[in-house]
Ligand binder design. Structure first.
Ligand SMILES: Cc1cc2nc3c(=O)[nH]c(=O)nc-3n(C[C@H](O)[C@H](O)[C@H](O)COP(=O)(O)O)c2cc1C
Length: 361
């Protein structure tokens, strides 16, 4: 009933709360013999870590991961997975409970405080408890394991919109993504986003964003119709990320405005005798099965709900009141959602890779 596990063959269970002692996950179903070191995982965690710029939460979490189980040094001296459950752990070191004392009985509008209270009747008010996006660190850790077991698949994400300010897709350069604090693939947008987010932050407000995640190297054939479609499970995985309110595959919502000629990706035979698609409105998926084209997913993240501006709400005793969130928050949580989106893509694809292998060989 608790639904803390994702996947069928590559299965990830996360545990822990924002202000508990630690957070962690268990990755079960990873095949044996996959080289895996802490450093492979740490590199991705470092990209999600808070406090990397003034546009993300100033919580100081080093997010150092430890592999507690599921690996062994083989005869060649390499640390590899053994096929047993891989337990990953990160200590929480920067918990400031007093930041949350003032809101302990109040429900933050837009956050999960009210619904957790309505459902469970127990409230871990410290930083959102289990509803906190601290949990997404473990998704990123599990995603790093998922990346290692898929042959020749590259997964990259970028921020393509903050508020109303979109990137110029004509200037898209993957090489730029790690050269600015926004994961922007268009260097031309960085100044606009910087000025805009500074103003949003100073006003004590927040703003939403759109993230695009692209997987290249996925061969034709991954995905399991009818109720395990690749697009279906990617949408569910992205929607499970905190604050995500919309998911698109390929042309997505814009497909509704297209005619059939523009939307249906025509096919020719390439020089190597293999099919070549002339466009990718399908986002690399037809009938729930990968086409061999890049798998393209976009998702919209809502504005951070805990903001400095006073908001009307109620408390758990039934009184109307006001709330102002102090503490340390991102003015745009969409920025740190980029590595999380990549991780969810990796976890879903790894699961489908194993499922495809299990059925087709
Ligand atoms: C990377 C990341 C960081 C987040 N940080 C905050 C935060 O500092 N304050 C906040 O109110 N919400 C934050 N959120 C969003 C909340 O976790 C989320 O809105 C809450 O759990 C309610 O779930 P829902 O928005 O999916 O319905 C963050 C989300 C992500 C992806």
């Amino acid at each position: 009933m608790s639904h803390n596990t994702l996947g069928r063959l590559f299965r990830v269970t996360t545990w822990g709360e924002s202000h508990g002692i630690a957070i962690g996950c268990v990755v079960d179903g990873c095949p044996p013999g996959v080289p895996l070191q802490e450093g492979d995982i740490q590199a991705f965690l470092d990209r999600r870590r808070p406090g990397r710029s003034r546009f993300t939460s100033q919580r100081r979490e080093p997010d150092v991961v430890r592999i507690l189980s599921g690996v062994f040094v083989d005869d060649g001296g390499r640390q590899v997975t053994t096929g047993t459950p891989i337990c990953l752990l990160i200590d929480n070191v920067d918990q400031k409970e007093k930041d949350y004392a003032a809101i302990k009985d109040k429900f933050r509008p837009g956050h999960a405080d009210y619904t957790y209270w309505a459902k469970y009747g127990v409230r871990d008010y410290r930083g959102g408890g289990r509803a906190s996006a601290r949990e997404t660190a473990m998704r990123v850790a599990a995603g790093a394991v998922a990346r290692k077991l898929m042959p020749n698949v590259s997964i990259r994400g970028a921020l393509v919109q903050i508020g109303r300010h979109r990137i110029d897709r004509g200037r898209w350069s993957w090489g730029e993504v790690d050269n600015n604090p926004f994961f922007a693939p268009d260097p031309g947008v960085v100044k606009t986003w910087t000025d805009y987010l500074d103003a949003v932050r100073k006003a004590g407000s927040s703003v939403g964003a759109v993230i695009e995640v692209v997987a290249e190297g996925v061969p034709p054939g991954w995905g399991a119709p009818i109720y395990g479609k690749l697009d279906q499970e990617l949408a569910a995985a992205m929607m499970s990320i905190n604050a995500v309110k919309g998911v698109e595959i390929g042309a997505g919502m814009a497909a509704a405005e297209l005619h059939g000629e523009a939307n249906a990706d025509e096919i020719r035979i390439g020089n190597d005798g293999k099919p070549v698609f002339l466009s990718n409105a399908a986002g690399g998926i037809l009938g729930g099965i990968s086409t061999g084209q890049p798998v393209v997913v976009r998702f919209a993240v809502k504005p951070t709900s805990s903001i400095l501006t006073p908001r009307r709400t109620i408390d758990r005793f039934g009184n109307e009141t006001e709330i102002t969130t102090k503490g340390r928050h991102d003015p745009c949580v969409g920025i740190r959602a980029v590595p999380v989106g990549e991780a969810m893509m990796a976890i879903v694809l790894a699961d489908h890779y194993l499922r495809h292998r299990a059925q087709i060989g």
